[in-house]
Design a protein around this ligand. Structure first.
Ligand SMILES: C[S@@+](CC[C@H](N)C(=O)[O-])C[C@H]1O[C@@H](n2cnc3c(N)ncnc32)[C@H](O)[C@@H]1O
Length: 381
């Protein structure tokens, strides 16, 4: 038995000490932020790549990452092999003999075999022969990538996308993925104290901020695909979850007081309250009103994090006015703390007549977005 762990002294009794290559995926553009987060979860050497971070880890390393990463969109175990040698891969460790065929997703680039359906049929044939697969519906997902005749197989370890933490049953018209909300919270380095999301919608930013500050693991309370692998050690995993139930306490966390989520849409506020209750988040003041009406209730020094409407998915004829007023409000409340926005508005930020710097630029469902920090200094128009 080996004792392996992530950072912060959480040790895990686990029989399986085989090291595997893991690929942790993230929204393209956030690879460096993910790398920083993973450095706090594992001692493994991290290699930043397009779309994610690769590392070699033992079983418990995988558990730490699946449960502890707030930014990861998915985690997969990868193998490389020359095309035609799929049969030599240790797939029986991940796919049960006599179990269902996995779903197979294929990408082919610059290879002799270029027809993805044909590659899928070959892989399926090998799996059927080796594992005597049943006709039951698939429970696992296998990614097959053929590039320059080199085959890369990845067994999905997370299962359901990792942004689905399980607390969000109600969403607004333009909800923000939990992973991207977590990116804003990490970029703001929020560690408790007063907080305000003036465009809170279904409450994702406030919920992610408070869960992180109170040490709730992003993946606590959900299951992962690796729990269905034949090699999965369920007793050790149960013990791991009991020992490592909470995230390591954040250093220097201020009390979680003066936290406000507000929105002018009463309906989404109801959703935010329900989501917060399900997420175990307490003590938030949810206020109905436009930000100009609510701003006077916001305590001095409050960090402002928000995902203002951009007008691409929400039709709002008054959008320019919203940004002009936001600039006015922020110039008036210079006593507020840092102001970070997830911005996808194109030019609308100019309307605030404030200066800003972009901290992270990335894609959200194919749209270019960025996390910007607004300064309270005006820019001359
Ligand atoms: C992009 S959504 C925010 C989504 C949110 N982050 C979530 O996780 O659901 C923008 C929100 O801003 C709200 N909103 C638009 N204009 C507003 C204003 N002037 N004052 C307050 N809320 C406003 C909308 O009702 C909408 O819920």
């Amino acid at each position: 038995m080996s004792t392996q762990g992530g950072k912060n002294g959480v040790k895990t009794p686990c029989m399986n000490s085989t090291r595997h290559r893991l690929f942790v995926s993230v929204s393209p553009g956030l690879e460096e932020l993910l790398e920083r987060e993973l450095a706090g979860l594992t001692d493994a050497r991290l290699q930043r790549m397009e779309g994610g971070v690769e590392l070699a880890a033992e079983e418990a390393g995988l558990w730490h990452i699946c449960r502890g990463s707030a930014l990861a969109e998915g985690v997969a175990r990868t193998f490389e092999q020359l095309e035609g040698r799929v049969a030599r891969l240790p797939l029986h460790a991940f796919l049960a003999r006599g179990g269902p065929l996995p779903r197979i997703r294929v990408v082919c680039r610059r290879s002799r075999l270029y027809h993805s359906d044909a590659v899928a049929a070959r892989v399926e044939g090998v799996l059927r022969r080796r594992l005597s697969c049943s006709e039951a519906p698939p429970t696992q997902l296998l990614h097959v990538r053929l590039e320059h005749d080199q085959l890369q197989l990845s067994v999905d370890a997370a299962g359901e996308p990792l942004h689905r933490r399980g607390y969000r049953k109600h969403i607004g018209a333009a909800p923000l993925r939990e992973t991207l909300a977590a990116a804003v919270v990490q970029a703001a380095d929020y560690r408790g104290g007063p907080l305000w999301d003036p465009f809170c919608g279904s409450g994702t930013l406030v919920i992610e901020a408070l869960r992180r500050s109170s040490g709730v693991l992003p993946g606590a309370g959900r299951s992962f695909a690796f729990q269905g692998w034949p090699t999965h050690e369920s007793a050790a995993y149960t013990a791991f979850c009991e020992d490592a139930g909470a995230a390591p306490a954040q250093a220097d966390v201020s009390p979680l007081t003066g936290v406000i989520g507000s929105d002018r849409d009463q309906r989404v506020l109801g959703a935010a309250q329900d989501n917060a209750a399900r997420a175990g988040v307490e003590g938030v003041q949810w206020i109905h009103g436009s930000f100009e009406e609510v701003v006077d209730a916001v305590p001095e020094g409050a960090t402002l994090i928000a995902n203002p409407p951009y007008g691409r998915r929400l039709h709002d004829p008054h959008l320019s006015r919203t940004y002009v007023q936001l600039g006015e409000v922020l110039r008036r409340r210079r006593d507020l703390g840092r102001v970070l926005l997830l911005d996808g508005s194109g030019g609308l930020l100019l309307k605030t007549r404030l200066s800003w710097r972009a901290l992270w630029s990335f894609q959200n469902r194919g749209l270019p977005v960025r996390i910007v920090e607004l300064s309270r200094e005006g820019v001359e128009s």
